[in-house]
Design a binder for this molecule. Structure first.
Ligand code: FCB
Length: 423
């Protein structure tokens, strides 16, 4: 069956950012991580970022310039609760004004509550692997509920819980910088519980997570251990969290790293949409030292890796989308994009991925929304200021925003609802 080339009139086109990556002048666990020299470039600092906090009103025109009807942004917990139990009213009002400005511009927010960063006190006092985290999380979500009251907004409770856990609790590369499989499993359970709390406090709002999904392939296709590893990692990394929020049972198996099974009260049927972030395919190889697995990005089709050296692999997008029908919920693509420093590949990237999306839809996958990562170039975690994921180019010296060629293309498709092949 050939993919239809049209998007339905109610399909949502949007773009995404996260607070720390764009807002600027924030003090949280990540800013101290930077000062501790933990980024790839130990001198890199987030600093003023893109000053999106100060320029928010102007940046709304970037969204309208895309023909977008929705904007995925995150709330910075550290801004709202810089000291434990002390809430900053100015920050609260600041977010409220910004969300109202989006509403007035006809743009519906998709608000992420947790996107990798934490207030500075969090890991010391109430880390994710200890139960106390749920009390402070509950208080935070309660505030978020007040903040959103009366506004038409959907919510992502947690962005990429598996990425956060692998980087923060196994590899020690993100704060809190732990390397403890046991703690990782406790933290995983608590993140599921955190989502359940968000559901309790925010229902009947539309609520989901944004799950990073990768295609996993055996690095040595003939090697039975690489093959088995790819399957296990696929099940746990891509699906364990979704499964937990569907069946109520969390099962995680990464041999030699994490193994556990728990029933979590309230988790059953706790997402109203399935949020997926898709970027690439990884090749897995068994190695004899813990954590027993290495991953590599390869370029077997010789398309050229993206500038962050990730494989350009649109087929994987369709492949993973098809697996999401099992959850029987609308699917929202909460992130998809590439690091394209010259600004020459994004138009083709959009076309290739949208084609996969439309094909999956034609086969019955209920994909209803697409958010491109990112609205503008921004601060990329461990990589700092090198990568460029933006539809809009940001000059990091002047902070001027300029459209890349992908903006006109995005707008044309989002407005006309027809997928035209770029020339
Ligand atoms: C995702 C993150 C997002 C951004 C993109 C490139 O894993 O959710 O913040 O860094 O990757």
């Amino acid at each position: 069956m050939r993919a239809p080339l049209t998007f339905p009139s109610d399909f949502v086109f949007g773009a995404a950012t996260s607070a720390y990556q764009v807002e600027g002048h924030l003090e949280n666990d990540w800013s101290s991580w930077e000062r501790d020299g933990k980024l790839h470039d130990p001198r890199a600092r987030n600093g003023r970022a893109c000053e999106h906090w100060a320029r928010f009103a102007d940046d709304i025109s970037l969204l309208t310039g895309l023909g977008a009807s929705s904007y995925r942004l995150s709330l910075e917990w550290a801004r709202l609760e810089p000291k434990r139990g002390q809430w900053d009213d100015a920050a609260f009002n600041g977010y409220r004004q910004r969300l109202e400005a989006l509403r007035d511009a006809g743009i519906r927010p998709l608000v992420t509550l947790h996107h990798f960063t934490h207030p500075s006190w969090f890991h010391e006092e109430t880390p994710w692997h200890e139960r106390g985290c749920l009390d402070v999380w509950r208080a935070y979500v309660q505030r978020c509920e007040e903040l959103l009251r009366g506004l038409d907004a959907a919510v992502v409770s947690i962005n990429e819980p598996m990425v956060f856990l692998l980087a923060g609790y196994i590899a020690g590369a993100f704060p809190p910088g732990r390397k403890s499989p046991q703690e990782a499993f406790s933290a995983l359970e608590n993140l599921v519980r955190a989502h359940v709390i968000a559901k309790e406090l925010l229902a009947p709002r539309e609520l989901g997570i944004a799950q990073n999904m990768l295609v996993f392939a055996a690095d040595r296709p003939w090697h039975p251990v690489d093959q088995a590893l790819s399957r296990l990692v696929h099940d746990t990394y891509n699906h364990a969290f979704f499964e937990a929020l569907t069946t109520g049972t969390l099962v995680a198996t990464l041999p030699g790293v994490v193994r556990g099974k728990r029933f979590i009260d309230g988790a059953q049927d706790s997402m109203s949409f399935v949020g997926m972030n898709y970027y690439s395919r990884a090749h897995l190889r068994f190695v004899t030292q813990a954590p027993f697995v290495e991953y590599h990005f390869r370029d077997p089709k010789r398309r050229g890796l993206t500038d962050l050296k990730w494989e350009y692999y649109p087929e994987g997008f369709g492949q993973l989308l098809r697996q999401l029908t099992r959850y029987d919920k609308p699917v929202w693509v909460t992130e998809n994009g590439l690091d394209d420093r010259a600004g020459t590949r994004r138009v083709r990237f959009l076309y290739d991925h949208w084609k996969e999306l439309l094909q999956a839809r034609a086969e019955g996958v209920p994909v209803q929304a697409y958010f491109h990562w990112s609205l503008m170039d921004n601060f990329e975690w461990l990589e700092g200021w090198g990568p460029r994921f933006g539809l809009y180019h940001v000059d990091f010296a002047t902070l001027a925003r300029t459209p890349t060629p992908a903006v006109a293309y995005f707008k044309k498709v989002a407005t006309e609802r027809v997928l035209v092949e770029p020339g």
